[in-house]
Design a protein around this ligand. Structure first.
Ligand SMILES: *[C@@H]1O[C@H](CO)[C@@H](O)[C@H](O)[C@H]1NC(C)=O
Ligand SMILES: *[C@@H]1O[C@H](CO)[C@@H](O)[C@H](O)[C@H]1NC(C)=O
Ligand SMILES: *[C@@H]1O[C@H](CO)[C@@H](O)[C@H](O)[C@H]1NC(C)=O
Ligand SMILES: *[C@@H]1O[C@H](CO)[C@@H](O)[C@H](O)[C@H]1NC(C)=O
Ligand SMILES: *[C@@H]1O[C@H](CO)[C@@H](O)[C@H](O)[C@H]1NC(C)=O
Length: 195
């Protein structure tokens, strides 16, 4: 009888401990933003005041109005940040592209920010995206936060400028015309929030 009682208590205690141990994971999951959009903010002279980031032919662009883009292949994109640090992209309302799940992709040192079906594909060599106060960053291998996002003027789009989103442009390119550092945030100019 005491043994059986102990066994019962033990099971209950295990469940309790499991519940307590499980809690931080649940909390973290609850804080994992899903189905949010990203917006680019540049210095005042750039005029980039919280423009939506969108997908066009495999690359990430921003413009005042993506529907104004010169290409009919411009598609809205929303994101989910996985606990692994991958940023899953839902392009044109469809997270399952022809070749599987699509992720935001940052080149290994510099270049166009785009989309790929290969996970674990960022400059830090890991699935290393993160959000800090709604700002998108890449976790550096040494542990710091890197935010080397740039908007580089591409073709004009309708009545507005179309911008390529690039990572870590060279000093020479950064000093050129039509190149601005940008912050990438989950909050739009009208206060659109993650989740
Ligand atoms: C964006 O452009 C499209 C096509 O030109 C237009 O129909 C739409 O109203 C524009 N949206 C905004 C927010 O300006
Ligand atoms: C999403 O894309 C896949 C593959 O192209 C297609 O089979 C599926 O029907 C699409 N879903 C929606 C809701 O458009
Ligand atoms: C899917 O993969 C095939 C073969 O690798 C490639 O030709 C095609 O362009 C890919 N499609 C997309 C939408 O990535
Ligand atoms: C930026 O590019 C330089 C080379 O131009 C490279 O040494 C550096 O590691 C890159 N930084 C990041 C964060 O990608
Ligand atoms: C990362 O994505 C780029 C662009 O799609 C691709 O060329 C490269 O092979 C990928 N690297 C890995 C390690 O999957």
């Amino acid at each position: 009888m005491p043994l059986k009682f102990f066994a019962l208590w033990s099971t209950a205690a295990s469940a309790l401990i499991a519940g307590v141990v499980g809690q931080p994971l649940d909390v973290r999951r609850a804080n994992t933003p899903s189905d949010f959009r990203l917006f680019a903010y540049g210095p005042k002279e750039s005029g980039i005041g919280g423009f939506p980031v969108f997908h066009m032919e495999g690359l990430a662009y921003t413009a005042l109005n993506s529907s104004d883009s010169t290409s009919s292949s411009a598609e809205e994109v929303s994101f989910t940040l996985e606990t692994s640090g991958s940023l899953v992209a839902t392009i044109g309302g469809n997270s399952t592209a022809t070749n599987g799940t699509t992720f935001l992709h940052v080149p290994s040192t510099s270049g166009n920010v785009g989309f790929t079906t290969a996970a674990g594909n960022s400059s830090a060599g890991t699935d290393a995206f993160g959000l800090y106060g709604g700002m998108l960053y890449l976790r550096a291998q040494e542990g710091g936060m890197e935010t080397q996002w740039y908007a580089v003027a591409a073709d004009t789009a309708g009545d507005g400028q179309l911008w390529n989103i690039k990572w870590n442009v060279s000093e020479i390119e950064a000093a050129g015309d039509g190149v601005f550092p940008v912050a990438i945030r989950t909050t739009g100019p009208d206060g659109e929030l993650a989740e």
